[in-house]
Design a protein around this ligand. Structure first.
Ligand code: FMN
Length: 180
């Protein structure tokens, strides 16, 4: 039976099947941080990070509509995306937990844009909060990278099939290692 063109057809798969299929796509893990207008830090664990454009340098990530941090990320001018290292699994869990001070015991510095940068991250991207796009139950944030710090030549943390696990260290060529 044809569906009205106004309504999307119901999916031919369950939400469980969709989640399981998405889980086969291995990603890294980030913590996205910002400050509210009172200077209070917010942050959450995010695996939806991806690149968008090299020139201009753009990245994206998505935030669930019901996330408590949504009002801050909708309003803030800048945020930082911290790519977690293999030895930061505890941080990934801490920044996904509800009802706690997610920054408790976490060593941070303040970036050029005012957003917190997590010590020990593999890389950080300090972004202008360039645009936001509401889609389904998430908002897609596109950030313009103003400062980019590839900090550590170390293994990343990975997220695959709903599990966090340390990745393998990459074999860096000498030319990369000599850059620090
Ligand atoms: C590995 C991992 C990846 C996550 N990725 C995202 C994400 O991309 N977007 C998102 O909105 N929440 C993501 N979350 C959930 C958030 O970290 C957090 O738990 C959620 O926003 C609830 O926080 P709240 O109490 O601030 O609403 C992820 C959690 C984990 C453990």
């Amino acid at each position: 039976m044809p569906h009205s063109t106004d309504l999307p057809a119901p999916p031919a798969f369950t939400q469980r099947e969709f989640r399981d299929a998405l889980g086969t796509f291995a990603t890294g893990v980030t913590v996205v941080t910002a400050c509210n207008t009172d200077g209070v830090r917010v942050g959450l664990t995010v695996s939806s990070f991806n690149s968008v454009s090299l020139a201009p340098p753009l990245v994206l990530w998505s935030l669930a509509n019901q996330a408590h941090t949504m009002p801050v990320f909708q309003a803030c001018t800048h945020y930082a995306i911290n790519v977690l290292a293999a030895d930061q699994l505890d941080l990934a869990n801490q920044f996904a937990q509800r009802g706690i001070d997610r920054f408790a015991g976490v060593t941070c510095t303040v970036g050029h844009t005012g957003a917190p940068l997590l010590a020990g991250a593999v890389a950080t991207f300090e972004c202008l909060n360039r645009s936001r796009h509401a889609e389904g139950d998430h908002v897609i944030f596109v950030g313009e990278v103003l400062h980019c710090h590839p900090l550590r030549h170390t293994a990343p943390l990975l997220y695959h099939r709903g599990q966090l696990r340390p990745g393998e260290p990459a074999q860096f060529p000498e030319s990369v290692l000599s850059r620090g």
